[in-house]
Design a protein around this ligand. Structure first.
Ligand code: ADP
Length: 590
């Protein structure tokens, strides 16, 4: 389907509003024509010194059209903006809900600045689609019909000439200026997007840019893009200026043409001379309807470019497609993985290669391995963020692919290394996992996560704003909030994805103790490269380059003298060194 038709579909629910706005737009310009015509009539007629009673009706007409014009214009703006803003709100919600199933697998191909540009700037460009693209041509057609009726009332040639000039202005000027500025609007949209991407990237990475001394290169790139955008906007401005000049020229020619036709009619006595000014001024007023049309073409191009960029994201096929049937009822909350193989792209080496394990309900399994071993990949597959083709994952006795992604995620709590905290209050951040939790629930969870006392010590307690991404909190506090969130969610399966890896050993041990409380009664999968607290696990898998290299309990693996033992020894030495540095760490305020 063409982009234009797809865009029109968004307007369909608002068609009555659009119709109302177009009618009001027509009424506004109709009133302008009426105002000019009646004024011209009064002035011409008054010059003949008629009886004042003859002028009574036109005087009322001037008053009516004068006031009506203002009121119509005001209500037209009100209605247009109402439609526009509702449309924008719908578009944003539509785009976000289209984005959700694409995260995170498919969104990798778009840069975050680019996505931001799309969701902010492109959607805003569509604001023009209704106000400056759809409505003006419709209003212009209605005004042309009005002028035809009005002029034909005096003489048919007048009607023909007026409509021809209106058509020339409505179609001819845009075609001419469009051929001058072909593609400029589209390039401007794309350049602006590129500039946004560059800016967001530079702001996000400002520390690294400064450290690596790249600020000049960055500045030059951004300046170049900015200059390109200015040049494009200049070209658009030149085209717009040309439009305005040509429009003025055509208006004057149209006035001249109708006068050239009407004057002989007056001399032959076929037309009352009083109407000469009426005709001329009505034509001038009618041109108000076609004045915005050249811009319509430019805006159409810009809107289509913006819409294309949005549809491009929305049309991306999600990596994981929900099954059409409702999810099965799990028989238990155990997990079974059989011969699981997965690579992110067809020609990538496998990130997981022949993984097998069985985790019964309430069981505890740890997956350890160095960075890049494939641990997070397993979590991505379990949470249905990515789709796998080879092997099997059974959740409660059913293939994971038979569950809807939402249903799987409802059964699982995740405490990860990067707990995202929103720029909101502590209470709101906790309620993310259970929106209907009462204050008592929040406190109970926070107490269990041992963060309640800390929250109470804050100036506004649970209503304290924690700043963007919770920057005002320490790593340990953030993890405790994440644990409280998981406790609130009370899901039967728990995934701990490097939950303590950002913390120093002392805090790590404390958090681990809290986590052990969280694990009670829940099926737990712990992913970690830190070998701490693993003696409490039923089984440990040691992953290396996507394969299971060793498996067993902490005691059996330690006895084996293999990778696990090596890793453990290595970490122990580092931790001992860290412990030696403890006084310094303490003065740093852990
Ligand atoms: P770990 O969590 O053990 O550090 P990962 O599961 O993140 O390891 O990574 C396993 C392999 O998959 C690595 O080679 C990594 O480069 C690759 N990988 C991870 N995430 C992606 C991704 N989103 N796209 C492509 N390759 C990825």
């Amino acid at each position: 389907m063409s982009t234009f038709r797809r865009l029109l579909r968004f307007i369909a629910p608002f068609r009555w509003w659009v119709l109302l706005a177009v009618s009001l737009g027509f009424a506004t310009i109709g009133s302008s024509v009426g105002l000019m015509a009646t004024s011209a009539y009064i002035i011409s007629k008054a010059a003949l010194h008629p009886d004042i009673s003859v002028l009574q009706v036109p005087i009322v007409g001037v008053r009516f059209f004068g006031i009506a014009r203002g009121i119509f214009r005001y209500t037209e703006r009100l209605v247009s903006h109402q439609v526009t803003f509702r449309l924008l709100a719908e578009l944003r919600a539509w785009f976000f809900s289209a984005l959700e199933p694409l995260a995170p697998a498919r969104l990798q191909q778009f840069r975050s600045g680019d996505l931001l540009a799309r969701i902010v700037a492109d959607i805003e460009s569509l604001e023009h689609f209704y106000v400056r693209v759809i409505a003006p041509p419709l209003v212009a057609v209605l005004v042309a019909v009005l002028m035809w009726v009005l002029m034909a009332h005096y003489a048919l040639p007048l009607a023909i000439v007026t409509v021809l000039f209106l058509a020339a202005a409505a179609i001819g000027i845009p075609l001419l200026t469009r051929s001058l500025g072909r593609g400029v609007s589209r390039s401007a949209v794309e350049t602006r997007a590129e500039l946004n991407v560059g800016l967001v990237d530079s702001v996000q990475g400002v520390a690294d840019v400064l450290i690596s001394g790249q600020e000049n290169t960055r500045r030059t790139t951004l300046a170049r893009l900015s200059q390109k955008l200015t040049a494009l906007q200049n070209r658009l401005a030149v085209a717009n200026g040309l439009n305005a000049a040509l429009m003025g020229l055509l208006t004057n020619w149209a006035t001249l043409a109708v006068l050239l036709i009407a004057i002989p009619l007056v001399s032959r006595g076929e037309l009352d001379g009083v109407f000469l000014a009426v005709i001329a001024l009505a034509v001038i007023a009618a041109f108000e309807a076609v004045t915005p049309l050249p811009e319509t073409f430019t805006n159409l191009e810009g809107s289509l470019a913006a819409a294309d960029r949005l549809f491009q994201v929305v049309d991306t096929e999600p990596q994981v497609v929900d099954p059409p049937a409702p999810s099965p009822q799990p028989e238990s909350f155990g997990l079974e993985v059989r011969d699981l193989r997965f690579s992110y792209r067809p020609d990538d080496p496998p990130a997981l290669d022949g993984i097998d394990f069985s985790l019964p309900e309430g069981g505890r399994l740890a997956i350890v391995g160095s960075s890049g071993a494939g641990k997070s990949t397993l979590v991505n597959l379990l949470l249905r963020f990515w789709a796998y083709r080879h092997g099997e994952i059974l959740l409660g006795g059913h293939d994971l692919r038979r569950y809807r992604a939402d249903d799987v995620r409802r059964m699982v709590s995740v405490v990860s290394q990067h707990t995202h905290l929103f720029n909101a209050t502590i209470a709101e951040n906790l309620r993310l996992s259970r929106p209907d939790a009462t204050d008592a629930d929040l406190i109970a969870a926070a107490e269990q996560a041992q963060i309640h006392t800390f929250i109470q010590s804050l100036p506004q307690g649970y209503s304290t704003f924690i700043g963007e991404q919770g920057l005002r909190l320490s790593g340990g506090e953030r993890q405790r909030l994440a644990i409280a969130r998981a406790l609130l969610k009370n899901a039967p399966i728990l995934i701990l994805d490097e939950a303590t890896s950002n913390l120093d050993p002392l805090v790590e041990r404390e958090i681990m103790a809290t986590i052990h409380r969280l694990m009670r009664g829940r099926t737990t999968l712990m992913i970690t490269h830190r070998l701490v607290g693993l003696d409490a696990m039923d089984e440990i898998l040691v992953l290396s380059r996507g394969k299971i290299a060793e498996r067993g309990t902490h005691a059996s693996l330690m006895a084996e003298n293999g990778i696990y033992r090596n890793l453990w020894d290595l970490q122990h030495q580092v931790d001992l060194l860290d412990a030696g540095a403890l006084p310094i760490a303490l003065t740093d305020g852990i």
